[in-house]
Design a protein around this ligand. Sequence first.
Ligand code: KIV
Length: 298
Amino acid sequence: MSSPPRREDSQASRPPITLMKLAEKRALGEPIVMVTAYDHPSALAVEAAEVDMVLVGDSAANNVLGYPDTVPITVEELLMLSAAVRRGLKTPLLVGDLPFGSYEASDAQAIATAHRFVKEAGCDAVKLEGGGAMAERARAIVRAGVPVMGHVGLTPQTATALGGYRAQGRTAARARQVLEEAVALQEAGCFAIVFEAIPSEVTDLIMERMEIPVIGIGAGPSTDGQVLVLHDLLGIHGGFQPKFVKRYADIRGEMVRGLEAYAEDVRTRRFPGKEHTYGIAPEEMQRLKEQVPHRQRA
Ligand code: KIV
């Protein structure tokens, strides 16, 4: 039997983060804090830490579902994770990531998927990757009533076409393309954009043309906010770590240490102790023994 879920009401006084609040933070030059979360306990921790925006990223594919990359994750899988995160959040803005293959084909497909994230999982907004035709998909979703966050630079869903998981915008031509994609997404009505893995100087230049909050990941310090993957920043997994990640904890190490200590206690019969066991009134035990004769254990 595990312990019952605990409500953490300590942040009840913080007002919810709205799109207007994000724009205000940008205008005031107050950095916006964004992080990914994929489950209910993480959402409670993120809420307690007073993060501004939470992304149920398709990076759940490799971080929690064991896929090799973000391509295979499905709408249903992301909806289930998003709904779990929703149940743990009160104040941050919740963004659901539209997975690969769920929005590219047509405006109708993009709108239908975005509506599912809002209606079935309680997301406040959705995110999609890429510019070009994707700016048109973003425009269609915004017109259908769902706020959209764009994502340019390294877009993992199409990493193969970009030459792998590598920084983008390192030639003038590609940097210009990233700039044009960002501007197109802004013009399409996106409320914010993620810039991923772009040289800082290129980011600085693009920032001069941005009028909406830009959240960076490996894009340098001049963006309006930063996002990191929860599992990277807390050290929940021991795998590859991109250059742009700063690790703030060693949760995996703590988990392994805890599990090793538990295994040792079980093997040496130090666990369970008396404090972990239930009692029975002596007269009831006596009655039981009279009903069930003692036998040597096989
Ligand atoms: O899925 C994800 O985690 C993301 C972030 C890297 C922004 O898209």
